[in-house]
Design a binder for this molecule. Structure first.
Ligand SMILES: NC(=O)c1ccc[n+]([C@@H]2O[C@H](COP(=O)([O-])OP(=O)(O)OC[C@H]3O[C@@H](n4cnc5c(N)ncnc54)[C@H](OP(=O)(O)O)[C@@H]3O)[C@@H](O)[C@H]2O)c1
Length: 506
């Protein structure tokens, strides 16, 4: 019987950044753990005229931080082959097929193939069409496609791309990467919810006031200006990563923890996210772009001064918004989301803000009105990165005489050793693809619904010229992002800028 781990990987974009920083180290980790054995081979392709020897040297250099022995590194790299190839040139696919068939025989790969498109999205359609027309896809084994984001730039382009891909690969063989879905604490959302009755029993609009999701980056656009200036934070972060997290938080408990059941619940949750009209977009979503700024003595340039960015760019580097979910569980509970570049700190976290107790009884006499009638809310925080863990803030009694309450935080963080040794997102996702398990990838229906939700926001914004830049580098975004919650009587739970401001560093 064919072993699913006997496989030929063909990596398009084999000389690129993603391949070198993520894919080769992840393949090495899988190899070290025995998930890839003797029967695997990798073809790296790109236009550069590299030799196999040079390619193997590059692969070895990318795994140095994993401390392989010389022998181990050489043995691993001996499975790698390089084929210079321009994906737009039909004749090049013949050599690729020849090499693939040779390696299939040499390594006894049973016709199993995984094609990884680590390239700019405009090439996806061409590559996939050629895989079929040039008969690179096999008849005897499995053929799976791993595809990087972005999947389209709006619903229509995503639909067109999907139609092209579906001609060659059926949906279960398409693995659309959202690398956040491979992260430990994103996967932990389901454990926290469904393995703890104290949370799942309260996971609804009777007990939860609001939910806040922050994907903050301290970096600017770095060398991705050319790509980013045509994308912006809405398409780069909200359409994929953030809406995936919304779906995981909002979905109903699946009847089993299987790909099919989880997917069905996530799709239902996304379908319940309200598609706003233009006026609702302007009321519920704000955008920003960073200006020059300084934090902790460091100076930062503005977005418009970044390399490969239009000096008059109207691309947003920040988005904050409120999603409304129209179903029994979530009616009336805002899901606030926020993401941006050049914010005060890098951090991805989720705050579940619980409702107040019905009455604050901490007053000394029934006749006396209580001075401060609100207590700090209970907040469950899930830390996704850079630290991983969760905390729960409660109210306890302040030690001493009298009866004052004070907030107490119960905290759990994975140790840095644990974080370091746990599988990297790409490693987990590659292993999932090897097993044919699509749970942690985005299904077409999820992608389609996410574009429907985001397209209307983009269209509403495109009607008006934004007043950019509107937040200083090193802060947590424009004033409007704070007002968004204030007008509902809430505030962002995570405000790292406060800490710097109090110490005169911002
Ligand atoms: N880098 C990341 O961390 C990251 C994270 C998330 C998603 N992604 C996504 O992953 C994909 C790849 O990103 P990347 O950062 O690795 O890009 P990159 O460093 O620019 O790599 C692009 C690759 O495509 C090859 N290439 C370009 N034109 C080609 C052609 N006509 N025929 C054959 N090969 C060609 C390049 O090699 P030659 O110049 O030698 O042809 C290179 O290997 C993109 O879709 C990106 O959005 C990347």
């Amino acid at each position: 019987m064919s072993n699913e781990k006997n496989v030929l990987f063909t990596i398009f974009g084999g000389t690129g950044d993603l391949a070198q920083r993520k894919l080769y180290p992840s393949l090495f980790r899988l190899y070290k753990k025995g998930n890839l054995g003797k029967h695997f081979a990798v073809i790296g392709t790109a236009r550069r005229p590299w030799s196999d020897e040079h390619y193997r040297e590059v692969v070895i250099s990318t795994i140095q931080s994993l401390n392989p022995s010389d022998e181990e590194a050489k043995e691993f790299a001996s499975h790698f082959y390089y084929q210079s190839h321009d994906v737009n040139d039909s004749t090049h696919y013949a050599t690729l097929k020849e090499l693939a068939d040779q390696l299939d025989e040499r390594y006894q790969l049973d016709g199993n193939r995984i094609y990884y498109l680590a390239m700019a999205p405009q090439f996806f359609g061409t590559i996939v069409a050629h895989l079929k027309s040039q008969k690179i896809v096999t008849e005897n084994g499995y053929n799976r496609l791993i595809i990087e984001k972005p999947f389209g730039s709006d619903y229509q382009s995503a639909y067109d791309l999907n139609e092209k891909i579906r001609q060659v690969f059926p949906e279960p063989d398409i693995f659309r990467i959202d690398h956040y879905l491979g992260k430990e604490m994103i996967q932990n959302i389901s454990a926290i919810r469904f393995a703890n009755n104290i949370f799942e029993s309260q996971w609804n609009n009777r007990y939860i006031d609001n939910i806040q999701i922050t994907f903050g980056e301290a970096l600017g656009v770095e060398d991705r200006g050319g790509y980013y200036d045509h994308s912006g934070a809405l398409k780069d972060m909200v359409q994929n990563h953030i809406l995936q997290v919304v779906a995981l938080l909002a979905m109903e408990p699946p009847v089993a923890f299987s790909e099919k059941e989880i997917r069905a619940e996530k799709i239902k949750a996304l379908k319940a996210v309200r598609i706003y009209d233009q006026q609702e977009v302007l009321e519920n979503f704000v955008r920003g772009q960073y200006d020059q700024g300084q934090l902790d003595g460091k100076m930062f340039k503005s977005y418009r001064e970044e390399d490969k960015v239009d000096p008059a760019s109207t691309t947003e580097t920040f988005v904050a918004g409120k999603f409304t979910i129209d179903n029994f569980r979530w009616s009336g509970v805002p899901f606030y989301v926020r993401t941006g570049k050049r914010l005060t700190e890098k951090g991805t976290r989720i705050n579940i803000v619980f409702k107040q107790v019905p009455v604050n009884v901490f007053k000394t006499s029934v006749d006396e009105p209580c001075e401060d009638t609100t207590l700090p809310p209970n907040v469950l925080t899930i830390y996704i990165q850079p630290t991983e863990g969760f905390s729960l803030s409660l109210n306890g009694k302040e030690v001493g005489q009298g009866f004052n309450t004070e907030p107490i935080k119960l905290e759990y963080r994975n140790s840095s050793e644990m974080v370091e040794n746990s599988p990297e997102a790409y490693e987990k996702l590659l292993l999932d693809a090897l097993k044919g398990d699509g749970t942690n990838f985005s299904h077409w229906e999820e992608v389609a619904q996410s574009w429907h939700i985001v397209d209307v926001i983009r269209q509403a914004w495109d009607q008006t010229k934004p007043d950019f830049p509107n937040y200083k580098a090193g802060t947590m975004g424009p004033e409007a992002a704070f007002k968004l919650l204030e007008k509902d009587g809430f505030e962002w739970i995570w405000q790292p800028d406060e800490w710097y401001r109090e110490r005169g560093k911002l």
